[in-house]
Design a protein around this ligand. Structure first.
Ligand SMILES: [Zn+2]
Ligand SMILES: [Zn+2]
Ligand SMILES: [Zn+2]
Length: 341
């Protein structure tokens, strides 16, 4: 069973892997090179190579775990957290820990061996978005969980495995992740003072100045954030205020698919298909609890953060939490605006 451990100084939880732990001598640099691609376990026809599916969009006359699907969700074969078991919080001296309960699922975004989600059609990407939403809604019913982080690792340097088959992952956790908490706290503080959503204000300002605007399509904008941590960091935000990604309606899902495809295609064309990560930041599950703040619906605003992996985080970043971004976001935005699709 993996274990969640809390840093007694920062209050940050980490996951200590047990079952998937590697031997200490397995960490040499040579083994971290990009390996050869092996036969793909995620293509249509290879269903027996994955655990049984949790969710699928498939032809009516097709059977589960057989061909005939458009997209599938399966449990991770080497999960960071385990779905079975009770949350067992305990302490040992000054250390807090709990059992590594959670869900770790892999979303296979297509039955074709396509590597980058931006090469799928807008309509298909909107089905992927619907799948994200359906899985989040389903996991919210599990009272043990507080948060679901949906993320993508594209390319070896971004943490993807050996297989270049378009997929994303989700991890449901029994605690709200620290980075999300920091965003929630910052938004709440701004709201307390201004009685406005900080993200809505930011969107208005970025749309007026256009300096860092990458795309403005329908109900969404893509910007290079003012305090970018990484070159070509991009945020996609809905113009209409909403703290909750899962409330996107059918049309908005298509619009989001359209801007995601365009942004990711611009990165692919403009920067020679770089590895990247994206994460969806949405409000945590709101379970009635004494003392829980009431304004999250008004003060938080969901968004997607995209980080191309073009630089490496080095000593100064590790030591300080400061990031050094070698390219002004204004230049990154201008460059991306000029990439023609
Ligand atoms: Zn494949
Ligand atoms: Zn807002
Ligand atoms: Zn965020």
């Amino acid at each position: 069973m993996p274990e969640l451990r809390k840093d007694p100084i920062l209050g940050r939880w980490v996951i200590i892997a047990t079952e998937r732990a590697r031997r200490p001598d397995n960490f040499s640099i040579q083994q971290q090179e990009s390996p050869e691609e092996k036969e793909c376990p995620f293509c249509e026809g290879s269903e027996s190579h994955t655990p049984p599916e949790i969710y699928a969009v498939r032809a009516e006359d097709s059977a589960p775990n057989k061909p005939g699907w458009e997209l599938r969700v399966v449990p991770s074969i080497s999960p960071f957290l385990k779905i079975e078991g009770e949350l067992d919080r305990r302490g040992k001296g000054l250390y807090d820990m709990m059992s590594g309960i959670g869900a770790h699922e892999i979303i296979l975004e297509t039955n074709q061996h396509v590597a980058n989600i931006c090469d799928l059609t807008e309509e298909h990407i909107s089905k992927v978005i619907t799948c994200y939403i359906d899985r989040m809604v389903d996991l919210e019913r599990d009272q043990r969980f507080k948060y679901v982080l949906l993320f993508k690792n594209y390319g070896w340097a971004a943490g993807a495995g050996r297989t270049m088959h378009s997929r994303s992952q989700l991890i449901a956790t029994p605690v709200t992740p620290k980075r999300v908490k920091e965003e929630l706290a910052g938004s709440q503080k701004y709201y307390d003072y201004h009685e406005r959503c900080v993200f809505c204000d930011l969107i208005k300002q970025e749309m007026d100045s256009k300096e860092r605007l990458v795309l403005d399509i329908d109900g969404f904008i893509a910007i290079a954030p003012f305090a970018s941590r990484f070159p070509f960091e991009i945020w996609i935000l809905p113009k209409k205020h909403s703290c909750d990604f899962v409330r996107l309606d059918f049309n908005a899902r298509l619009e989001l698919a359209r801007i995601m495809k365009k942004v990711l295609l611009k990165l692919k064309k403009g920067l020679s298909d770089p590895p990247y990560n994206y994460v969806i930041h949405t409000a945590p599950f709101r379970r009635a609890k004494v003392g829980f703040w009431k304004t999250v619906d008004e003060d938080y605003h969901w968004h997607i953060e995209i980080i191309p992996r073009l630089t490496r985080v080095a000593g100064f970043e590790w030591g300080t939490g400061f990031y050094i971004c070698p390219l002004p976001p204004e230049e990154a935005a201008r460059f991306l605006r000029e990439v023609e699709l």
